[in-house]
Design a protein around this ligand. Sequence first.
Ligand SMILES: Cc1ncc(COP(=O)(O)O)c(C=O)c1O
Length: 480
Amino acid sequence: MTATHTTDSPLISGEPRIPHDPAALQRDLKSHLLFNFTDMKRFETEEMPVFVRGEGCYVEDVHGRRFIDGLSGLFCTNLGHSYGDEIGQAALAQMRELVYTPTWTVAHPTAIELATRIASKAPEGMDHVFFTNSGSEAVESAWKLARQWHQANGQDRRKAIARRYAYHGTTMGALSFTGYASARAPFEPLAVPTHHVAHTGSYRHPLAGDEAAFCQWLLDDLEAALEFEGPETIAMLIAEPVQNSGGSYMPPAGYWQGLREICDKYGILLVADEVINGFGRVGDWFASLRFDAAPDMITFAKGVTAGHAPLGGVIVRDRVAEPFVTGRAMFAHGNTWSGHPLSTAIGLSVLDIIERDGVIENVRANEPQIGALLEDMRDLPFVGDVRGCGHFWALEVVKDKATAEPFSQDEANWMLRDALSGQMAARGLLCRLDDRDQPVIQLSPPLIADMDTIGTMLGIVRDALIHVDGQVRNGEAPWA
Ligand SMILES: Cc1ncc(COP(=O)(O)O)c(C=O)c1O
């Protein structure tokens, strides 16, 4: 963050209710808090951003600087930051009524009601819900359900298929499906033998101009992987309908139908990881509905509580739940907090708000306008590709727009970390600058954001790109 914060975003009303001492927070966080996926060395010399409150689509840091929450926290504050009172009342009512009961051999009404509500939103024939605390555990649970489902049907399938660069979480099972080296390498060998196939990013692909041919190429790539591994050894295939890591890789038409056909042909379970996609992010309750996919399981987390409490889960197709429901098998997996009354009460309140306030309708109405504004941004320096849907978009930045030449790793580091990141922050935008695959600017505002806020957000991205182009022209970039 820089001191030259110039956003003209509206102020968050009033003074913070809880006073903070910025210097003490910096001292204590450096002494005591271990961070997730963070280069902590950087913060020996730089101040780490500390956010203290939020309102609508904005958050405010400890110095009173306001930022658009352009990534919805980590794709989870889908209702923004102003529903805390209402959702908090639902949480309080639950805590007054029943603090805790597990969902092992006993149950409680709130978990039952949320499972029922989620099943009613899910694709036809997906009527069973297993609750977890997080997305990683949801993916881990889907894997264990797949293993045990095959065992109940007399097969011991031990391998999985996932896609390159996809992120599916960090527990040892989920990490096996995560498809990039920096997350995997320190923990290899991983728990599940997994073959990673191509994702659906088509920018630079020779068949990019022919959607049907590209789709067929992807499905052929998958069939080749199955042939190599032995399809009878594969328990499940996991993929996000719109893949986040790499930057909102959209599925070509027919892709999910092709996956279904191939999985049926070889008896493989198909899992849609909707930890980000689900609960409105792509303009429908589930991306599987939007893309007419028919997965056997859907993993979810994040949006189900819109960031107000930890909760995740797996929605399970009836034929996959069958051995567990009929007692042919017992799911040998569980956790203390599965379906916790607090989180499920919050989940129910969030579902009420999504329905009552037309949140998914807002995403659908905004999508074509956002798409058009982003298409216009193709004229900007460095913007090679724009892609996405709903409130889930990415701009891929390239060194040479004419040839789509990518940045080298050092160049991408300068571009994202030294140049663009400071410019976005100085102008009051939080978003993600990611280079797990090629460098992208990822924009995923809260699902309640209106076009004014989104316009402000895109204006900041535009100004930042133009500023950095000036720096490159002045010879400040490492390749200049
Ligand atoms: C697609 C996907 N799956 C799984 C996960 C893991 O979720 P969590 O961080 O809640 O464990 C994530 C997290 O970002 C994700 O994006």
